[in-house]
Design a protein around this ligand. Structure first.
Ligand code: RP5
Length: 162
């Protein structure tokens, strides 16, 4: 079965990146989660991204904070779609992460999501949407998820003053 890789620069990124895992789990998509650091484990990064397609991954979610080179460097080594999640950093609140990920040069693509948990969850959703192109059960799961979300908003649409 096609699966998704969730990679992150540090275990400290997991509280954010687990939102991607939660989304994939809800939508019935197989995934693996691991730490791969662009700066601290550069050889592992190369090995992981060069073998990712052969390992059965159909999309890669990569989250990092600060000088967040992980998504771009993974994209440089693979033809798989890469979704980058800027993790909120302690010094610059993730603006550094966002700018590090989003400004890719023409010809090597990273789909950049929002900073933080919403970005991680949406990266999970986007990766599931890739899988859904060829998987009917995941497609049905995404449609049901969206429907449930809409109904929840509509059920609470009328606001009253306290
Ligand atoms: C980045 O540096 C990681 O992605 C993480 O967001 C940040 C801080 O890492 P730790 O010092 O917490 O391991 O490479």
């Amino acid at each position: 079965m096609p699966k998704v890789a969730i990679v992150m620069g540090s275990t400290s990124d997991w509280p954010t990146m687990q939102q991607a895992a939660i989304m994939l789990k809800e939508l019935g998509v197989d995934f693996d989660a691991k730490v791969v650091s662009a700066h601290r484990t550069p050889k592992l990064l190369t090995e992981f991204s060069e073998s990712a397609a052969d390992e059965g991954y159909h999309a890669i979610i990569a989250g990092a904070g600060g000088a967040a080179h992980l998504p771009g460097m993974i994209a440089a080594h693979t033809h798989l779609p890469v979704f980058g999640v800027p993790v909120r950093s302690s010094q610059l609140s993730g603006l550094d992460s966002l700018l590090s990920i989003v400004q890719m040069p023409k010809g090597v693509a990273v789909g950049t999501l929002a900073i933080g948990e919403a970005g991680a969850a949406n990266a999970g959703l986007m990766a599931a949407q890739v899988i859904a192109l060829h998987d009917e059960a995941v497609r049905a799961g995404i449609i049901a998820f969206r429907q449930k979300q809409t109904e929840k908003v509509l059920a609470n649409a009328d606001l009253e003053l306290p």
